[in-house]
Design a protein around this ligand. Structure first.
Ligand SMILES: Cc1ncc(COP(=O)(O)O)c(C=O)c1O
Length: 475
């Protein structure tokens, strides 16, 4: 078998292989370990020389599915609490399959009015979901890193224009360094975006008033005055270690007073806007100049999914449009070429899974899911507080509980090493996944339950497994 044309009337067969495996695989997720390292040797079956004659689609896909369903990290199940990793709702997953089925050349309205229209619709729905003004422009991106890059590219375009330069056309040469101010909560992806944009990741100045990184507003105020307002303020809505957030409304006030650009990184924290219990954390985001968030975290859409909104849509096209290639058509209000509003050229129809999941569960379904996760995280915090050998290190905020294992009488100076070893033991065990980080100088756990499947029983399991492994390490 070497030519897909020979299979043109059998294209459904390899899809049927995946569809047949999907039911049992998804049904197994609640109980199976997150990762079974005994399956790792199966990865060898993916390796080997490039075949001269292929196996044919069914055999190739059977092999992929057999290895994948066993050796994957089952992070779409309910007990993967490492990083901030969402799952994939049934509707989003099916929408994603539809995106592959239809394989739209997404970017130009001309090549796919379907994808362009769906992108326009989901961007509108997302603005409604988060309480952002309808006038904001937007674009779907592969991730929050790309969404930060998109928002910060607009900020850079604005800032250079303040210096009389069209940076998209002329570049940064001759300009001073762009001042970027944030709190200690700033995420590495903001730095990475600045690195890619040629602004330099180490140009971010952080203004923190404590070792948790909370913002020092007075110091930032003074720095903004010194910069004459020509600066970019990055507000962080949802920080990865303890779920903390900057006071977005106060940063919006500062930015407005000085005439600075306000970018909000709300990769997962933007979802605070969905519940009356947490909406106060997101207050002020509607005053931002640009807002970045993820679809593959709390929206529970498969990778890769992110989005960026910009108050004045013209900055998106100034930063990313006008390639000037004769074969590319212009956009108008109806026929939007989204590849002129973001960093990618050819793109997949990533609006389709977002459309499917928002259509399936609506605003209420998402509010319920977010509130369930708030409850699950709070429950985890309560379990930690009740455990004699655990220490909660920050109040539970949003979806993150930040704590460490601390058996009675264990010497303080050995706790970092103990928690690091416990983190390794947890991943090797595989029943539950959660990672360690450094928080206020301590090695800690910071599980973040944002998967639609996760319930209180899953975080009870996390605590049980951690205590069991911890006792084994110290016993
Ligand atoms: C606050 C914040 N911003 C940005 C990102 C980057 O997201 P992504 O990995 O989707 O690019 C993350 C990821 O955890 C995050 O937590």
């Amino acid at each position: 078998m070497s030519d897909p044309l020979d299979e043109h009337d059998k294209a459904g067969d390899p899809l049927a292989v995946v569809a047949r495996a999907a039911g049992p695989y998804l049904a197994s997720l609640p109980e199976r370990p997150v990762h079974d390292r005994a399956m790792d040797p199966l990865l060898d079956e993916l390796d080997g020389p490039l075949p001269a004659r292929g196996d044919g689609a069914v055999a190739a896909v059977e092999r992929l599915v057999r290895v994948g369903t066993r050796a994957a990290t089952h992070s779409s199940g309910p007990r993967f609490f490492h990083f901030v990793v969402g799952g994939s709702t049934p509707a989003a997953m099916a929408g994603d399959w539809a995106a592959s089925l239809l394989d739209q050349a997404t970017g130009l309205w001309l090549t796919s009015p379907l994808a362009a229209r769906a992108e326009t619709v989901v961007l509108r729905w997302l603005k409604e979901l988060f309480g952002l003004p309808a006038e904001f422009g937007g674009v779907l991106t592969p991730s929050a890193t790309f969404a930060n890059l998109t928002g910060l590219a607009c900020a850079r375009q604005w800032w250079a224009a303040e210096h009389g330069v069209d940076v998209a056309s002329q570049g940064l040469a001759g300009l001073p360094a762009m001042p970027v101010f944030s709190s200690g909560l700033v995420h590495v992806s903001t730095r990475k975006a600045l690195q890619v944009l040629g602004c330099g990741r180490d140009t971010v100045r952080t203004f923190a008033r404590d070792d948790a990184g909370r913002v020092d507003l007075a110091a930032m105020d003074a720095a903004l005055a010194e910069a004459g307002g020509r600066a970019v303020v990055v507000a962080n809505l949802g920080e990865v270690n303890a779920g903390d957030s900057d006071p977005v409304a106060e940063l919006a006030g500062l930015a407005e007073r000085h005439g600075a650009w306000l970018h909000v990184d709300g990769a997962f924290g933007l979802f605070a806007a969905l519940s009356p219990r947490t909406a106060h954390l997101a207050r002020g985001v509607e005053r931002a100049d640009s807002v970045a968030a993820d679809g593959h975290k709390w929206l529970n859409v498969p990778y890769e999914s992110g989005f960026c909104f910009v108050r004045d849509p013209a900055w998106l096209s100034r930063a990313f449009g006008a390639w000037g290639a004769a074969y590319l058509p212009d956009s108008d209000d109806e026929r939007i070429n989204y590849n002129m509003l973001g960093p990618e050229s050819s793109r997949r129809a990533r609006a389709l899974p977002i459309w499917a999941t928002l259509r399936a569960y609506g605003r209420d379904g998402y509010r319920e899911m977010v509130e369930r996760h708030l409850d699950v995280a709070a429950h985890l915090g309560g379990l930690v507080e009740a455990a004699p050998d655990m220490e909660l290190l920050a109040p539970v905020q949003l979806c993150i509980a930040c704590f460490r294992y601390r058996p009675a009488g264990f010497p303080e100076e050995g706790l970092d090493e103990l928690n690091a070893r416990l983190g390794e033991a947890l991943l090797a065990d595989g029943r539950v996944y959660a990672g360690t980080t450094t928080y206020r100088g301590m090695t800690v756990f910071r599980p973040a339950p944002v998967n639609w499947r996760t319930t209180k029983a899953d975080v009870e399991r996390l605590v049980d497994v951690l205590r069991e492994l911890g006792a084994r390490l110290t016993g």
